[in-house]
Design a protein around this ligand. Structure first.
Ligand SMILES: C[S@@+](CC[C@H](N)C(=O)[O-])C[C@H]1O[C@@H](n2cnc3c(N)ncnc32)[C@H](O)[C@@H]1O
Length: 199
């Protein structure tokens, strides 16, 4: 859970989200009728972009923060094709094998028990389903400094990980990592992108 302000989020983080969401619009190749879940959807800006690109996908988006989900609902009122839910990544309110694809953008560093969240993601994925993941990477020195500072501030931030740690977490959860890439956005933000598949 986080205390990020839902009202201020889009204004403050637009450039960050636009640049970090780019991977989700280039890599997954989502098909009509595919069931897609976004974990930690925030104010839903990724969903609006996904629907513009793939109008036929069936999107479900969850966030633990009710204000984030409310803002997302309001923004998409004219485009009511997303099933928005307030839900925690550690306990997803969906039956097993519900989704073809799961996405998560810049939310993993908040998850208190990442193994549990990944177990849930694997549980709700269909066999052969794909997981597209983006988060901060501890492999960049600037992100290690940021991690240190955010940990001291003692807010809801949990931690970010090295690529090798993430790979091990995903593989242990039963998600086979097919692609892992690191990249930077501007002088500060260092990301890791992963594509994994449920065996
Ligand atoms: C930095 S925002 C990213 C939002 C969005 N994915 C994006 O790219 O704009 C992180 C989001 O993760 C959500 N979050 C944090 N912990 C969570 C949890 N345990 N379960 C679900 N969502 C969570 C926060 O409420 C927040 O909206």
């Amino acid at each position: 859970m986080t205390r990020l302000s839902a009202n201020a989020y889009d204004g403050r983080w637009k450039s960050y989200t636009d640049r970090s969401h780019r991977m989700f619009l280039e890599r997954p190749a989502l098909g009509d009728g595919q069931r897609v879940l976004d974990v930690g959807c925030g104010t839903g800006s990724l969903e609006l972009k996904l629907l513009a690109r793939w109008p036929g996908v069936r999107l479900t988006a969850v966030d633990a923060c009710p204000e984030m989900v409310e803002t997302a609902r309001r923004k998409s009122a004219l485009l009511p094709r997303v099933d928005w839910r307030v839900a925690d990544a550690h306990s997803l309110p969906f039956p097993e094998e519900s989704f073809d694809t799961v996405l998560s953008a810049s939310a993993f560093h908040y998850f208190e028990i990442p193994q549990e969240a990944l177990r849930e993601i694997k549980r709700v994925l269909k066999p052969g389903g794909r997981f597209f993941f983006l988060d901060w990477s501890r492999d960049f020195w600037a992100m290690r400094l940021l991690d240190h500072w955010l940990t001291i501030r003692g807010r809801d931030y949990h931690r970010c990980y090295r690529e090798t740690e993430l790979k091990a977490l995903l593989e242990t959860a039963g998600l086979a990592v097919r692609t892992a890439e690191r990249f930077k956005v501007g002088p500060l933000w260092g990301f890791v992108w992963m594509e994994a598949e449920k065996a």
